[in-house]
Design a protein around this ligand. Structure first.
Ligand code: GLY
Ligand code: MN
Ligand code: MN
Length: 445
């Protein structure tokens, strides 16, 4: 049975293609060698998955809007079944089963993609193809385009335009349907429960790698494909490295552990950060800065609603962070001076959020066509993730603040008249975090 979610996405995109009088060719990812003859785990590209729900490598979708009142057509190129290959490398859906399983109109052998495309593209003027993902396929696309042009005869016009499908397709992806939100909620709940389990589990003397292992265990044993991105499990001053992924250092009593980790469900991402004390209790300095970040995060989430410009979220969080840094003497001067000079960037050097969906930094424009900040719309999902990071070598601040790194991150859905936080199940207030750290660990299955 085909998954109606992906059929709906295809139908929507085909309607856009019909309006633009274009066909789209959307290949999935190529496999990548990790070392010698071992590959990285394959993941389809998000665009391809969005339109097909098909996860085998060696596949390409061709979408052909109907000409002169004909029906639209979706043709999937995929690998033929092959007993020997399937014995070594895993089962294949195969051409025969693909139309029923995926709801496409026709299935063809991927080996014939480049010989069949000229026939499928006959009479089409605009072709959508995303350049830059695969050099070999890009070259073949250019060759195909020029061969169609050079061999055009009689009444059939050759194609004249090669266009990027992303602007149109990504505008569809930025607004999530209810069915997509079901997957995103599941992803968010799974990640939130993993963060809670971690707070109960971690004790001084453990290693960052044990935090990473627990997260993986949690996601995979629930049936997820795994983490949506490399986990960040950063103890102590490692939290001041924004994309710290080594995750191999011991965890000490008195330090904080910053964990940025999200699960992937049906390839939809969640993206949660929690920061908690390894020994279960915040020190006064940690608690003070934690409260500033929490206040900033909650104030920013509170303004999320349709019509609010995306960058308002950052402005609100930034105002609270700057006030807190001034109050605790980490910044000098006034709020206006700090905002004007950008001195706060020493402690808060990133923006407050990004769209979330099939990609953790999901697609979608942040500005309107005229360059103004884009207003939020119902169905958008984005993160809110302010932080404060005090470099351990910052000699301009009191020693007691050095090496503290804190970020708090939740996933927020814009609803008809406001917002819904998808990740509330992960404890966040000082009291809730300390209570969770004090709770008994779950038995590991
Ligand atoms: N985990 C990546 C990010 O928070 O943007
Ligand atoms: Mn994020
Ligand atoms: Mn994150």
């Amino acid at each position: 049975m085909s998954d109606s979610l992906h059929a709906l996405h295809r139908a929507r995109f085909l309607n856009l293609l019909a309006e633009r009088d274009a066909v789209a060719i959307i290949p999935t990812a190529t496999t990548k060698t990790r070392n010698d003859d071992a590959d990285y785990l394959f993941r389809p590209t998000s665009d391809f998955w969005y339109l097909t729900g098909f996860k085998e490598p060696g596949s390409c979708l061709v979408l052909l809007p109907g000409l002169e009142g004909e029906e639209h057509r979706a043709v999937l190129f995929l690998r033929e079944r092959d007993k020997v290959s399937e014995t070594w490398d895993g089962r294949r859906l195969g051409l025969e089963r693909a139309p029923d399983a995926l709801g496409v109109d026709a299935a063809m052998d991927i080996k014939e993609l480049w010989t069949e495309l000229p026939k499928l593209l006959a009479g089409r003027q605009r072709i959508m193809w995303r350049f830059g993902d695969d050099d070999v396929a890009d070259r073949r696309m250019v060759e195909l385009f020029s061969s169609l042009r050079d061999h055009a005869r009689g009444p059939v016009e050759p194609p004249t335009e090669l266009l990027d499908p992303a602007p149109a397709l990504h505008e569809l992806r930025v607004i999530k349907s209810d069915a997509e939100l079901d997957h995103m909620r599941r992803s968010a709940e799974l990640a939130a429960s993993a963060h809670s389990a971690l707070m109960r589990h971690i004790k001084p003397g453990m290693n960052e790698c044990e935090a990473e292992a627990l997260l993986d265990h949690h996601y995979r044993s629930a049936g997820s494909t795994g983490a949506a991105y490399n986990h960040i499990c950063a103890g102590g001053a490692n939290a001041c490295i924004l994309h710290y992924i080594e995750n191999d250092q011991p965890l000490k009593d008195g330090d904080l552990l910053l964990v940025d980790s999200g699960a992937e469900w049906h390839y939809y991402a969640s993206d949660i950060t929690r920061t908690f004390p390894v020994g279960g209790r915040f020190t006064p300095e940690q608690r003070a800065l934690y409260q500033v970040v929490l206040d900033a995060e909650e104030a920013a989430i509170a303004v999320a609603a349709p019509g609010v410009p995306f960058d308002r979220i950052h402005e609100v969080a930034l105002g609270v962070i700057v006030d807190g840094l001034l109050e605790h003497g980490l910044l000098k001067g006034t709020r206006e001076e700090a905002l004007e000079s950008g001195s706060y960037r020493e402690f808060f050097m990133h923006k407050t959020g990004h769209y979330l969906g099939l990609d953790v930094h999901d697609c979608g424009r942040y500005l309107t066509a005229s360059g103004a900040p884009r207003p939020l719309e119902q169905g958008m999902v984005f993160t809110v993730e302010p932080g404060i990071y005090v470099d351990p070598e910052n000699m301009d601040v009191d020693a007691r603040w050095r090496g503290i790194g804190i970020r708090i991150e939740d996933d927020v859905l814009v609803t008809e008249d406001g917002h819904e936080v998808l990740t509330t199940a992960a404890p966040k207030s000082v009291a809730a975090v300390e209570a969770m750290c004090a709770a008994q660990p779950e038995p590991q299955g």
